[in-house]
Ligand binder design. Structure first.
Ligand code: HEM
Length: 330
């Protein structure tokens, strides 16, 4: 079984790499083999330590930093890690990311250890990509190889987050357009949304569905009424910065990266409009049902889409730089 799994993962990763090498910038598996062979082990150990010391938050602390950044398509140059500077508000400080994005400390810790061993060798962008892979394995048993050799960007602008991150109120068609802009198709979009099988959301990201959906329906008719009743006990009517609790994105298995997310959608227990609309829309409903039925097929597609996402707007060769500290440009 393990051998079959290995070959499938190998095959998926290799075929992705072959097809992408025609059109994509050059990244390669084992990029640091000769310059700093222990990089991937160091990142993996840091991620594992972070998850083990935070069992209750297994999904969150690292998942978010990598997923919502690298994976939402504007983090492949690690610009999301940069601090704001006088006169420039960074992406990280956009309201869409704050306080939602977590887990930066895991990336910073790995970088500090790597700088001590191999100064200015491993990019912060690659650390994010490796940490993403290691987290997916740790909380979901999903494994894949990460082509590396990314370089770090030197610019971080607050409005990048607004332009790139789809809001949770988007429907399937709006999401499709946003993903297409990054070269990701419908199946990849639905498959990657399965990352919402872990982690949490602030109430403010979906409380319109509970209290003020539209003029005729205060409550979103696409939400299971029992689920909504339960959410109302946890989420105040006017969630705001001072009072904005969090609830799990996946009520069934909040700490496990699996296909329960799709099973929730079928029961109208998707938390965000962007989640539930994947079942409401005829163009994506079939993909949701398939992913709910075939966990292994979903996991392989997820791995392949993660690899593909790692190529979005990537810097390579002599572009950008290798930051000494992920929070600042050199
Ligand atoms: C389809 C478009 C997407 C939308 C609209 C979206 C939106 C959101 C929102 C609003 C939250 C909760 C933030 C908060 O209120 O604190 C969230 C959390 C999360 N998202 Fe997404 N997301 C999308 C796609 C993705 C993708 C593609 C991934 C990764 C592959 C991902 C991974 C995560 C994770 C892991 C969390 C939990 C974070 C935590 O526990 O701190 N999301 N997302």
């Amino acid at each position: 079984m393990a051998t079959i799994k290995f070959f499938l993962v190998f095959f998926v990763t290799m075929s992705m790499m072959v097809s992408m090498s025609l059109a994509m910038p050059s990244l390669k598996v084992g990029f640091y083999q000769s310059t700093c062979p222990s990089v991937e082990t160091i990142v993996r150990n840091t991620v594992n330590r972070a998850v083990s010391s935070n069992p209750g938050l297994a999904a969150g602390p690292h998942q978010n930093a990598f997923s919502m950044t690298a994976l939402s398509g504007y983090g492949c140059d690690a610009s999301i890690l940069l601090d704001s500077t006088p006169g420039n508000q960074a992406e990280r400080d956009n309201l869409a990311n704050k306080p939602s994005l977590r887990g930066f400390e895991v990336i910073f810790e790995a970088k500090a250890e790597l700088e001590a061993q191999c100064p200015q060798t491993l990019s912060c962008a690659d650390i994010v990509a490796f940490a993403a892979r290691d987290s997916a394995y740790k909380v979901g048993g999903i494994s894949y190889m990460v082509p590396s050799g990314r370089r770090d960007g030197r610019v971080s602008r607050e409005d990048e987050a607004t332009q790139n991150l789809p809001p949770p109120t988007f429907n399937a068609q709006q999401l499709e357009e946003r993903f297409a802009q990054k070269g990701l198709g419908l199946d990849e979009m639905v498959t990657l949304s399965g990352a919402h099988s872990i982690g949490r959301s602030n109430c403010s990201s979906f409380s319109n569905r509970l209290y003020n959906f539209n003029e005729t329906n205060p409550q979103d008719p696409s939400i299971d009424p029992i689920f909504a009743r339960d959410l109302k006990t946890k989420c105040p009517q006017n969630a705001n910065n001072g009072n904005d609790p969090t609830v799990p994105l996946d009520v069934l298995t909040p700490y496990r990266l699996d296909n329960k997310y799709y099973k929730n959608l079928k029961k109208h227990r998707g938390l965000l409009t962007s989640d539930q609309s994947l079942l409401s829309s005829p163009s994506t409903a079939g993909i949701v049902r398939n992913n709910a039925r075939h966990v292994q097929a979903w996991a392989y597609k997820f791995a392949a889409a993660m690899v593909k996402m790692g190529y979005i707007e990537v810097l390579t060769g002599s572009q950008g730089e290798i930051r000494k500290n992920c929070r600042f440009v050199n």
